[in-house]
Design a protein around this ligand. Structure first.
Ligand code: HEM
Length: 148
């Protein structure tokens, strides 16, 4: 990400603030509409989940200027996603829903440049998460054929 893009993300990240975030409400409504197949992967009650997702994204915004922390946190979250049943193909729809939810909540603040900046951040998180997820799956299936 360029320094300008980091600035654009930081300048609009206030909408991720946890309790009562409208971003996460839109996000899950839209995700479960466009990709209903992923609904069963989540617990019935996603109240806490909404907060955790927004908190993690907020942390990643903070770690944009700390590449080691950024990679380490994204990789750990990715590793956990192997157990949740997340697949690499899910990251596209998840990213689209996130961008569209940010758009809904930010309104005119969501300029094309802001969109591009968030899309770049998401792409970087997703790439590391997918690597972590695949690594965890590789380890799990090599160590325990029952989970392959
Ligand atoms: C940038 C992308 C993503 C981020 C930052 C993210 C973040 C999180 C966080 C913070 C949690 C809470 C539990 C934990 O920390 O391990 C979580 C749970 C979960 N995520 Fe993601 N996630 C992302 C993408 C995805 C994708 C693509 C899927 C695929 C469907 C997915 C499915 C799930 C599920 C099913 C849970 C709930 C697990 C449970 O509580 O049983 N996530 N995610």
């Amino acid at each position: 990400m360029s320094p300008d893009q980091m600035e654009l993300v930081r300048g609009t990240a206030d909408v991720l603030m946890s309790i009562g975030s409208r971003v996460s409400d839109h996000f899950y409504d839209e995700l479960f509409t466009v990709a209903p197949g992923v609904r069963p992967l989540f617990p019935d009650d996603i109240t806490e989940q909404k907060i955790k997702l927004m908190d993690t994204l907020a942390s990643m915004v903070g770690f944009m200027t700390h590449p080691d922390m950024f990679a380490s946190v994204a990789r750990q979250v990715g590793r956990r996603h192997a157990a949740y049943g997340a697949l690499a193909d899910h990251y596209g729809p998840v990213g689209e829903c996130l961008l569209s939810s940010l758009h809904k909540v930010l309104g005119p603040r969501f300029t094309p440049e802001v969109r591009e900046a968030w899309a770049t951040l998401y792409g970087e998180i997703a790439a590391v998460m997918i690597a972590g997820q695949e690594a965890a799956r590789g380890t799990a299936s090599a160590g325990n054929p029952a989970t392959a």
